[in-house]
Ligand binder design. Structure first.
Ligand SMILES: Nc1ncnc2c1ncn2[C@@H]1O[C@H](COP(=O)(O)OP(=O)(O)OP(=O)(O)O)[C@@H](O)[C@H]1O
Ligand SMILES: [Mg+2]
Length: 142
């Protein structure tokens, strides 16, 4: 799924995420862009639901990387959820040693993925969320 969509509620954002996730395959690395509170984690929740690991996401964590055990069409698929908000430099990124968790036989979703130009070549898909009102979000899926 690609295009521009207008969401009027968190549940609607998760629904767009579910439709998007249905087309993901192991090897996909998704860059998620958008300001604080745009709905990146909400969108991630919809993706995780499709992979059957939505409940693993509910615990509040502040990790840079969470790995969920999911599945798709009966096949196990790891879902890697990055949140790079707190990383401040390319040097910190390198020190974290993420490379091998970013692209491989799994699906990765990276919040604040646009922060580090060195990661640009890793992304196969891009999702941008913009705040268009209190509950309005413009979602661009490429
Ligand atoms: N249409 C909408 N889609 C998504 N979230 C919405 C919408 N309307 C209101 N919200 C609210 O906006 C907030 C989005 O929070 P979320 O944690 O998903 O943002 P985020 O982009 O991950 O922010 P951060 O950069 O802080 O991680 C939630 O509180 C959610 O309830
Ligand atoms: Mg978030």
């Amino acid at each position: 799924m690609r295009g521009e969509f207008l969401s009027g509620a968190p549940e609607e954002t998760r629904e767009y995420a579910r439709r998007f996730a249905a087309g993901l395959r192991p090897g996909d690395t998704v860059c998620m862009t958008g300001p604080l509170g745009a709905g990146k984690t909400e969108f991630m929740r919809g993706i995780a639901e499709v992979f059957g690991c939505g409940e693993q996401l509910s615990s509040p964590t502040f990790s840079l990387l969470n790995i969920y055990e999911g599945s798709m069409r009966g096949e196990p698929v790891e879902l890697h959820h990055f949140d790079l908000y707190r990383l401040e430099s390319e040097r910190e990124l390198e020190a974290a040693g993420f490379e091998e968790y970013l692209s491989g036989p799994f699906v990765s979703v990276v919040e604040w993925g646009e922060k580090f130009p060195s990661l640009d070549r890793s992304y196969t898909r891009r999702v941008t969320l913009a705040i268009a009102g209190e509950r309005q979000r413009k979602i661009t899926i490429m």
